[in-house]
Design a protein around this ligand. Structure first.
Ligand code: GLU
Length: 487
């Protein structure tokens, strides 16, 4: 059964610019975007910048860049709460007038002492309602004292607040554990609760899809909707994302800012697919879904209640799959900035584009991220290989056998006219037999001699792209190295 979505769908991503967007934030954005696209609705970007002290420079730009990188275009906004202060003041005044709110003059010191005492008594921290029932006289005195008050909501002392969450079903909170929460701060800025409710209402938001951590704020929001006599949107609280150790996802798990994934050479297509599966699934089996398929199939019914586990290995695997789906030209184009940035400085810049296009198919088969490409490919660019000479004998040959084999190889290869993978193979395979060596040992030796490493792309293809001169030089270089060990 699919949830019936009657009204026109308008959803929003409402980040606070108090840091750079991380995986969890963007997963929320993605689910909102997919929901909007699936239902032909609107996806709105709203910046909740009412916490002036915690505002981080550049965060708004980073949020927009990250959404754009993933292809999560927004239909409206960005709206900035800091530019809408008069709207919040007007509603706060209405709540005051209608006796749903009151002015509170308590000093930070008083609130702190109250909190300490509650802690000592093992009570949950909660405003004690001191300013709820001030006499006219007391009010007049406080007003005259010049203290800037805050506006608090009059939370009903008894009863319960229930709402229906589209993912968790009925959720009920006892009102007596809820606070007389602040609506307007003494700096004139609204709190998250007030601005969030007003904006969701005035922006005609039909569904609020947000992280689980906001679930406990929802009863307060419901009370505000009731007090204002506004129809609340539908709520869906998305499951948390945990690390493999089931601890809350953090830097420790390598889950840093979304922008870092870009820098580390993840593709936005892979990232979207991966993030979609953090809390949603098509059928518990299908892993690879294109953007079109995600839009087609996304539904809140298939969003789980239990926490999603972030698995970096799976992300790498998936990114590798998407890298291999690219055309060789696209792969080469995307890999080029990584090569320019990270190849050893000995390699001449600008890099030869033709050469890159020629060698990249060898690497495309192996890379899990674009950032790995320079390190997988550096031997294809360097003139002099740096490697431990001992590697040449690591396959189990002694130095005399190694010298003999390389000399024989050089002799044969000097005569080769058509320098391609199949000719090389047709010469070198029989040579292993002639030398009375297993192909594993012989090819292992040639691999180290031509690439400086024991694991590399397929030998004959690698030698083919390296070209005759480079291969022969490297083989001769290896001979010299071995003779040095011998003496
Ligand atoms: N500003 C909140 C955040 O940063 C928004 C929560 C909500 O979507 O209501 O996540």
């Amino acid at each position: 059964m699919e949830f019936v979505v009657e009204a026109k769908v308008r959803v929003r991503f409402a980040p606070s610019p108090t840091g750079y967007p991380h995986l969890g934030n963007i997963r929320t954005a993605l689910f909102n975007w997919l929901f909007a696209r699936h239902h032909g609705g609107k996806f709105i970007l709203r910046i909740e910048d009412t916490d002036v002290a915690r505002k981080v420079e550049g965060a708004v730009e980073m949020i927009q860049d990250s959404l754009s990188w993933l292809g999560l275009g927004w239909d409206e906004g960005p709206y900035f709460q800091s530019q809408r202060l008069p709207i919040y003041h007007e509603v706060a005044n209405r709540l005051l007038k209608e006796n749903h709110a009151y002015l509170c003059y308590c000093s930070p010191e008083r609130l702190e002492t109250m909190r300490q005492e509650q802690m000592k008594r093992h009570q949950p921290p909660k405003y004690d309602g001191h300013c709820r029932n001030l006499t006219q006289q007391e009010k007049a005195r406080l007003e005259a004292s010049g203290v800037n008050p805050v506006v608090r909501f009059k939370t009903p002392a008894a009863g319960e607040t229930t709402f229906h969450d589209l993912i968790r079903g009925a959720v009920t909170f006892r009102n007596d554990i809820l606070n007389d929460f602040v609506l307007l701060k003494s700096d004139g800025y609204p709190t998250y609760h007030l601005a969030n409710v007003i904006d969701d209402h005035s922006m005609d938001i039909s569904h609020v899809l947000r992280a689980d951590e906001w679930l406990s704020s929802t009863p307060q929001h419901m009370l505000l909707y009731q007090a204002l006599n506004w129809q609340p949107p539908q709520f869906a609280h998305l499951p948390m994302i945990l690390g493999p150790d089931r601890a809350k996802l953090s830097k420790r798990h390598g889950a840093t800012n979304i922008a870092d994934y870009h820098l580390q050479g993840y593709l936005p297509t892979a990232m979207m697919n991966f993030l979609a599966l953090l809390g949603w699934s098509l059928d518990d089996r299908t892993e690879l879904l294109s953007q079109e398929e995600l839009i087609k199939h996304f539904s809140l019914e298939r969003v789980g209640k239990t926490a999603a586990i972030f698995n970096k290995d799976k992300l790498e695997w998936m990114n590798g799959v998407y890298l291999r789906k690219l055309s060789p030209e696209e792969f080469a184009k995307l890999a080029t900035p990584f090569l320019s940035r990270d190849l050893p400085s000995l390699v001449k810049r600008p890099l030869d584009e033709n050469y890159i296009r020629q060698i990249m198919p060898l690497i495309q088969e192996r890379a899990k991220t674009l950032a790995e490409v320079p390190q997988l490919a550096d031997f294809l660019f360097l003139d002099d290989l740096q490697y431990d000479t001992g590697l040449l004998l690591s396959g189990g040959l002694d130095s005399a056998q190694a010298i003999n084999s390389i000399e024989a190889t050089v002799q044969k290869l000097e005569l080769v006219q058509d320098w391609d993978a199949s000719s090389l193979e047709s010469i070198l395979r029989p040579l292993a037999t002639e030398l009375n060596l297993s192909t594993r040992k012989f090819f292992g030796l040639l691999r180290v001699a031509t690439t400086g490493r024991t694991a590399a792309p397929p030998l004959f293809q690698t030698m083919a792209v390296l070209g005759k001169d480079k291969c022969l030089n490297r083989l001769r270089g290896a001979l010299q190295r071995i003779s040095l060990i011998k003496s």
